[in-house]
Design a protein around this ligand. Structure first.
Ligand code: ADP
Ligand code: ZN
Length: 209
């Protein structure tokens, strides 16, 4: 099954992507994670993307489309995949269609803007391996330390409150129109992402039946 997760930044796409990954044994592909990984290893692409990302802007379409094209060509995508954070613009969705990628389901996780800012303030990532945590919803075993690699947990620059506001703005302008795009293709499922993680996961799994 080929799945797209839509939703505002901080709606919980990454968390739900992991749950689907475990259930269906298909890879969860996060363009945000791929770009941050490129940044950590200091590649040219990573350096180019940094300024956009730090300001809460979208990285240019051609860059992320290239990333996705390469990633979907990997063997582990043969039985399906979960896209978390791609597409984020209409041209990105059109590029997927042009590649001949058939999407089975688009799950939109809805959380009102007012709740997003509060959630984002609790988000932390590992500076070394990029694993994500949340001070309330996904606590590390030891405060400030990554469970898997013992790296230091930090707040992403683009999770700072003022940047979150511009990311929400970008989401409404550039990404939200994708709901209509996939609705017209009869693929859109809208679910509520406001309550507990488990409640959202239940709704996500129902959408996959
Ligand atoms: P979140 O998990 O909060 O939704 P991501 O980690 O997916 O955020 O993305 C962080 C940043 O990476 C975005 O603000 C943007 O700069 C860049 N990015 C990720 N995916 C895309 C994409 N599909 N198109 C353009 N930029 C992207
Ligand atoms: Zn780590």
């Amino acid at each position: 099954m080929n799945i797209i997760l839509l939703g505002a930044p901080g709606a919980g796409k990454g968390t739900q992507a992991e749950k689907i990954c475990q259930k269906l044994d298909i890879p969860a592909i996060s363009t945000g994670n791929i770009i941050r990984e490129a940044l950590r290893s200091g590649t040219e692409m990573g350096l180019k993307a940094k300024s956009y990302m730090d300001e809460g802007k979208l990285v240019p379409d051609e860059v992320v489309i290239g990333i996705i094209k390469d990633r979907l060509a990997c063997d582990d995508c043969a039985n399906g995949f979960i896209l978390d954070g791609f597409p984020r613009t209409i041209p990105q969705a059109e590029a997927l269609d042009k590649m001949g990628v058939v999407i089975d389901r688009v799950i939109d996780i809805e959380v009102p803007d007012e709740k997003i800012a509060a959630r984002m303030s609790g988000r932390r990532v590992c500076a070394d391996c990029g694993a994500s945590y949340h001070l309330e919803h996904k606590k590390p075993k030891a405060d400030g330390v990554c469970d898997t690699c013992a790296g230091t947990l930090i707040q992403r620059k683009d999770d700072h409150p003022d940047t979150v506001l511009s990311r929400l703005d970008v989401y409404h302008k550039e990404t939200e129109p994708l709901k209509d795009y996939y609705k017209a293709q009869n693929k859109l499922w809208i679910i509520d992402g406001q309550d507990k993680v488990e409640d959202t996961t239940k709704l996500v799994f129902e959408a996959l039946e």
